[in-house]
Design a protein around this ligand. Sequence first.
Ligand SMILES: NC(=O)c1ccc[n+]([C@@H]2O[C@H](COP(=O)([O-])OP(=O)(O)OC[C@H]3O[C@@H](n4cnc5c(N)ncnc54)[C@H](OP(=O)(O)O)[C@@H]3O)[C@@H](O)[C@H]2O)c1
Length: 419
Amino acid sequence: MAVDLTQVSQVETEPGELPKTMAAWVIREERFGEPKDAFQLEEVEVPEPAAFEVIVRVMAAGVNYNNVWAALGEPVSVMKYGDHPEFGHHIGGSDASGVVWKVGPGVTRWKVGDEVVVHCNQASYEDVEVHGLDPMAAPSQRIWGYETTWGSFAQFTKVQAQQLLPKPEALSWEEAASYGLVYFTAWRMLITRAKITAGSKVLIWGAAGGLGVFAVQICKAAGAECVGVVSSKEKGELVMQLGAKGYIDRGDFKDMMRSTPPQTGPEEKTRFKASRAFGKEVSGLLGGAPDVVFEHVGTQTFPTSVLTVKPFGKVVICAGTTGFNLDFDVRYLWMKQKEILGSHFANAYECTKANELIESGLIRPVLSQTLGFDGVAEAHQLMRDNKHSGKIAILVGATEEGQGRTAEGPGAIHAEVGA
Ligand SMILES: NC(=O)c1ccc[n+]([C@@H]2O[C@H](COP(=O)([O-])OP(=O)(O)OC[C@H]3O[C@@H](n4cnc5c(N)ncnc54)[C@H](OP(=O)(O)O)[C@@H]3O)[C@@H](O)[C@H]2O)c1
């Protein structure tokens, strides 16, 4: 049955009752490939909430790179993970704002009608790690809307009750749906893993990107000083507006990038010299070498990160956008006793603490573009082709931008640049 896009913002049942079917953007294994073809609109059954689960009516969804990978079926097929084998489809989307529509058995903290945002970590409450170590260590740990189906690119989404956070009242639906995945990841990297404190000096790669705009603001809120790396003057200005002490255009240090396969001989000497010059520039702007380097670029920048961080300093990393195999001179690590810290998303407690700073207006989402529900495939194709600019949100239940604010406050920064 064809989906009537004009009806997506309408729900014919009252809160507490679910309609039989809903509109959803669905990826299936047989059409893995370019996002514009892999994502198709379908009418699918609305799931019922099981114990400790909640069905949220999605008002807006946030777009992340993870569902470009889901569409491509690379580097792995998401269909092997989580609840995908049970349902046979992938409904992506790892950020959402919305209204609690139905609660499953055992849920007491949330009730029908509550306005919420959703963090994307799931884990089974039966795993012992959840109760003593960290849900991120649980064997059942999954990223909702990537390693699970029933994500936010649909009229309704199915989540665990522990994933819900109060929607910041001063944000519109699309602003509230835009920040969770990247902000909470940056929070864990800097606060929990690297343990920045007032006075810490931090170097942030991709500082105008999804993770970066929050890393800069977290540093400022913690009393730490940071320098951001960007690729244009406009992005540099955004980073300064967010509270950085300075910025560097990486175009000025092109030779520092590690290539694949790695440079050798005289080429490596040139690369090393450029890395050193970059480190000097960073130290000049920060008044000393950084205590922490915020990494996610991977192969191309990692040798420079290890070289630039100060003795006994920390490189904290959550991704390898330019490659997963890191090649660097380990002497600069061991002789200067530096640390490399891996980090991945965040637990519910970290998400809650971080969300309080959005609620208070101390940290603000940065949103570049909002599209209608018809724009989900297009948004992911733009990302795939690197033609997007900044963070993209999708209106689902909301009919236009700006709806959903229930209090005065600074709201999001609407920036043309980013990413
Ligand atoms: N593990 C996790 O939990 C987690 C969570 C969120 C994201 N991630 C991953 O983290 C990565 C970044 O995510 P994001 O949302 O911040 O992406 P994004 O919005 O695209 O920003 C990344 C930034 O990196 C910079 N960059 C790109 N190529 C570079 C290069 N060769 N050298 C230096 N800088 C480069 C770009 O900024 P300039 O061009 O201005 O330098 C870009 O804005 C992605 O791979 C994502 O999948 C992981």
